[in-house]
Every structure is written in structure tokens, then in C-alpha cells.
Design a protein around this ligand. Structure first.
Ligand code: MG
Length: 391
């Protein structure tokens, strides 16, 4: 047991969380899940704890605590509940790596705590860097903590940059599937349903990121994420639509050479690479058959039909709390769309209206980000209600 890498999973019952547990189960001599943290899905968390026998199982939703503790405590698995308990758990000695697989803004505070505690971060929660990339990078530079990306594009970029000088990078080409509405007209996009938007062509993911892929805000977020992860000038990161999702991203160097990382669209690949800390684990079952992909295509993203993609440039040029506002407004807008309160094409207007209402802060502190997130969420809630009444 002593040589196992001990892993905490923040968001163990979501899409990345369950796939991380699949990877852990594939390498029982190498990895051990010692802390499992979930939001509300107590039954799944209990099942996972029974299978993986962590030291701790923690649930954000405190109303579910009794059920969790009654089943797990008699088995010697310790339990806790609530956001404070989650934040505090990031300092536990019983793990060295945390996979941040939670969705949205909620990843920020626990990730900062884990960085301060010197943990290795396998970053799947891109919003942490979108919301507050400057203070997260500062915390990383002041700690022995390290961060490896789990996002497939960023894992690809990381792999392309191994052994290269960062000042020899001409540009990073971040690929995008284009989502389920890539070939629809603006008129057709204005009529799409929740069911249409939840049907992603290549990736099976959680609901929130699937909607973000459909609006292409996910790609805007990934540009911001890449800017912080790789300390790149914003104008060096270019999105390119690649509907087959086989090329996970590319890096072009100053001599014109381009390196790419390819593979089947499967999140377990970047999860393995991050958990192995760039050591390439054997995965004999994973195999890209090129004969099934005779054509790989590339095209420019369409900013008219997918205006959310333009928010990356706006956020990075304006800086400060801009991306924090965009993220908060988007979380509210996506929820409203999923609840059928607003139309798909109203997600972007909710974000831009919210941006116009929230005062700009050039160099926000952690407390400023927390307050700005709250303020932007309530402004976005008001705006979505206004839109929903008009329907
Ligand atoms: Mg991605």
C-alpha cells in the first residue's frame, strides 16, 4: 500500500470523477482513492465508497449526511458534509494528488486550498483558471504544488510542449468539435431544444459542459485555461474546428513545424497521463484505428452563429474580473436553458447583459472574486427572469 499514489477526487460521481475511478480500478497496484467527494448524489457516493474503500467520503449537500454516515461509518470509512468540510479536506494528509472534477465556480476555493497544502492538482475543473487564473497561478508559484491538465486539449498541448522551449512557440491550435449545431443555420439554432443540445457528437460528458460545447463557450474557456496553464500570450492561442475530435490539439513552432497529439476521444487518456504524472501507463485496449477515420477536417469557427467564442478574446484583453463575470452569468444561463426558461440563443445575451451591469475590477483579490461571482449570479438571474417572461 505504501507505494500507491493516494488520490482525492473532488466530484467523484460526475463524468470525469467516475472515469477517474475506472482508471484507478485499472491500476490497483499504482493508485488508491483515499478521499471521495460528491455534490448531491449520495447513493452513487455510497456505492463508490463500498467499492473503493476510501478513508473519507464527503458530501456537499449536508441534508444527505445522515444516510452517508449511517452506511459508511460502521465500515470504518469516515464521513463529513458541507462546503467547509470539503475545503478543509484539501489539507488532509491521506492523499497527495487531487483530481478537481467538480463543475463550475465551486472548484475554485477547494483547489486554492489544495495548492496551499502543496498537493498535486490534476485539473479537470477549467472554471478554476477561467474565474481566477491570476491568483491561482500566483498561489502555484508560491507553493510546492504542481498542476497537470485533465482537459483533453490541454493534455495534448502539454504533451506537444514536452522537450520544447516555450519561446519557440509560434501558436497553439486548440481543436474544437464544433458541437452538435456546427452545421445548422442561425435560424435552426434559434429553435434547438434541450435534448438537441445535450446530444454531443463525439464526447459523452456532463450536462453543463455539453451545453458549453454547443454554444462554444467551452472553447472560449479553454483558450483562457490555456493562457494560464502555459503562460501564453492570448494572441498565440487559436481555436480551430475539427469535427472528428481525433487531433486533440496542436502546437506550431517558430520553424513552422507542428506537433499534434492524436487519439480516440476518451477522457481516460488524459486522466491516465495526469495521474501518471506524464508517465505513459499501458492501456492495451485503447487503440486508434485510422481506417475508421479516413478524413480529418479542419475549419474556422463561425463567430456569427457561435458568438460565445468571441468572449475569450474579450475576457483576455479586458482582464480583471471579466472572465469571472462571464462564468457566473453562463452558469445561471445554462441552468435556465436546461430548465427550459430561456432559449439556447439567449445564453449569449444573458452573458453580455450581465457583463454590462457588473463593475470592472482590474486586479481583483480572492475576496473580490467571491463577491463578483455572487453579484454576477444575481444580476444574471434577474436578466434570465426578464427573458423568460418575454417568451
Ligand atoms: Mg476540452
Amino acid at each position: 500500500m505504501t507505494n500507491h499514489k493516494k488520490i482525492a477526487i473532488l466530484g467523484s460521481t460526475g463524468s470525469i470523477g467516475t472515469q477517474t475511478l475506472e482508471v484507478i480500478a485499472q491500476y490497483p497496484d499504482r493508485f488508491k482513492a483515499t478521499v471521495l467527494i460528491a455534490g448531491t448524489r449520495v447513493d452513487t457516493l455510497i456505492q463508490q465508497a463500498l467499492q473503493f474503500r476510501p478513508e473519507w467520503a464527503i458530501i456537499a449537500d449536508a441534508t444527505q449526511y445522515r444516510k452517508l454516515s449511517e452506511v459508511l461509518e460502521p465500515l470504518g470509512i469516515r464521513t463529513a458534509a458541507g462546503q467547509e468540510a470539503i475545503n478543509d479536506s484539501m489539507m488532509f494528509d491521506c492523499f497527495d494528488t487531487v483530481v478537481t472534477a467538480t463543475v463550475g465556480y465551486s472548484g475554485l476555493t477547494p483547489t486554492l486550498r489544495a495548492i496551499q497544502a502543496g498537493k498535486k492538482i490534476a485539473l479537470a475543473n477549467k472554471e478554476t483558471l477561467v474565474v481566477a487564473g491570476d491568483i491561482v497561478c500566483k498561489a502555484l508559484s508560491e507553493s510546492r504544488s504542481t498542476m497537470l491538465p485533465v482537459d483533453s486539449e490541454h493534455s495534448a498541448i502539454y504533451q506537444c510542449l514536452v522537450g520544447e522551449d516555450s519561446d519557440r512557440v509560434r501558436q497553439v491550435l486548440i481543436t474544437a468539435s464544433g458541437g452538435p449545431f456546427r452545421t445548422l443555420t442561425a435560424e435552426q439554432i434559434s429553435k434547438v431544444t434541450v435534448k438537441d443540445a445535450l446530444h454531443h457528437p463525439n464526447w459523452n460528458m456532463g450536462a453543463k459542459i455539453t451545453i458549453d460545447s454547443a454554444t462554444m463557450l467551452n472553447k472560449a474557456f479553454e483558450i483562457i485555461e490555456a493562457r494560464w496553464l502555459f503562460d501564453l500570450k492570448p494572441d498565440k492561442i487559436k481555436p480551430i474546428v475539427h469535427p472528428q475530435s481525433i487531433v486533440h490539439s496542436m502546437v506550431e513552432f517558430t520553424d513552422g513545424a507542428i506537433k499534434a497529439q492524436l487519439g480516440i476521444p476518451d477522457m481516460k487518456l488524459p486522466i491516465r497521463y495526469a495521474l501518471g504524472e506524464t508517465f505513459r501507463l499501458d492501456a492495451p485496449q485503447e487503440h486508434l484505428d485510422f481506417s475508421k477515420y479516413p478524413t480529418l477536417t479542419f475549419e474556422e469557427p463561425d463567430e456569427t452563429r457561435f458568438p460565445c467564442i468571441t468572449l475569450a478574446k474579450y475576457a483576455l484583453t479586458r482582464g480583471g474580473n471579466t472572465a469571472c463575470v462571464i462564468n457566473a452569468a453562463n452558469e445561471i444561463a445554462v441552468k435556465a436553458f436546461l430548465n427550459e426558461k430561456i432559449k439556447f440563443t439567449q445564453i449569449y445575451p444573458v452573458i453580455s447583459d450581465t457583463l454590462s451591469r457588473i463593475p470592472f475590477i482590474a486586479t481583483p483579490s480572492y475576496e473580490d472574486y467571491v463577491a463578483c461571482n455572487e453579484e454576477a449570479r444575481s444580476a444574471a438571474t434577474e436578466i434570465t427572469e426578464k427573458y423568460s417572461q418575454r417568451q
